[in-house]
Design a protein around this ligand. Structure first.
Ligand SMILES: C[S@@+](CC[C@H](N)C(=O)[O-])C[C@H]1O[C@@H](n2cnc3c(N)ncnc32)[C@H](O)[C@@H]1O
Length: 257
């Protein structure tokens, strides 16, 4: 199952809940709200150049607080679900507290290690080569795929750059596939209320999980809609329901023509 929605997740999640939909894994990368906290973002052109406001470039990172969507997403998750949420370090205490109030008990802090961090505007600062995510589990029977073996808990993979990038803050596929493989099983349903270009969905279908994704911007929704089906395993199309049976009044020969 692939179920994609264009809209604000604060409206779509209650609709999914009313339809009785329940996912096994919440895997999401919401806006971090970094630019709003920092106010106007500036860059100096050249060594002594003019300061320029580059805030519009960061438009994608608009404000949505964790308490506005975590309780809504929680209602679309099974009792024994796992939640994996990318976040800024400043948000860790608030997100952990919210997850606890939604019944998630064990919580791990993990990291994506980027060997190619974005250079700072003035090229003089300490780069941020780490992004964090929390993994939280609810109930005793949550899905941890021990068959995948040992995992370090951090994932080293480069940020997507150049022509391969289809979203301003696109996550690399290796990052999302590690999470999907270790924290769900084939046949499970993965939910992403902030899917962007749909990298979580690509990881889900590639490893035979179902996917429910929400994105409010049409451009990104269309990218996800185009991207995700490309990764469906080929034998998916060979299931019985896709093989056309000869109609009773036709011979096999007439089908082969
Ligand atoms: C950090 S990006 C996700 C990028 C994604 N992980 C990828 O690999 O492409 C967050 C996305 O959430 C979307 N978004 C922001 N607020 C939203 C909301 N209230 N409902 C649904 N989508 C929203 C943004 O348009 C943006 O595409």
């Amino acid at each position: 199952m692939i179920d994609l929605h264009k809209g604000d997740c604060r409206n779509i999640l209650p609709q999914l809940n009313r339809r009785g939909i329940k996912a096994d894994l919440l895997l999401t990368d919401p806006p971090y709200n970094i630019s709003n906290e920092a106010g106007v973002i500036t860059r100096r052109g050249g060594k002594f150049g003019k300061t320029t406001d580059i805030s519009p470039k960061f438009e994608f990172d608009h404000k949505i607080e964790p308490e506005e969507w975590i309780p809504l997403a929680s209602k679309v998750l099974k009792e024994n679900a796992v939640a994996v949420i990318f976040l800024a370090v400043q948000q860790v205490p608030a997100v952990m507290a919210l997850l606890k109030s939604e019944g998630f008990e064990k919580i791990y802090l993990s990291a994506w290690v980027k060997p190619n961090p974005t250079p700072q505007a003035r090229k003089r600062k300490w780069c941020t080569g780490l992004e964090h995510f929390v993994i939280a589990t609810r109930g005793e029977k949550y899905h941890y795929n021990w068959k995948e073996g040992h995992h370090t808990g951090y994932i080293i993979t480069p940020a997507v750059s150049g022509k391969k990038r289809v979203h301003e803050t696109q996550k690399p596929l290796k990052l999302m596939t590690d999470i999907v493989r270790w924290w769900s099983f084939p046949g499970d349903i993965v939910l992403d209320p902030f899917m962007g270009s749909g990298t979580s969905g690509v990881a889900a279908v590639k490893y035979r999980r179902g996917f429910i994704g929400v994105e409010e911007k049409l451009k990104h929704y269309n990218t996800a809609k185009r991207r995700i089906p490309i990764y469906l395993p080929l034998d998916f199309f060979m299931q019985d329901s896709f093989v056309q049976e000869p109609a009773k009044n036709k011979t096999l020969d007439s089908f082969q023509q």
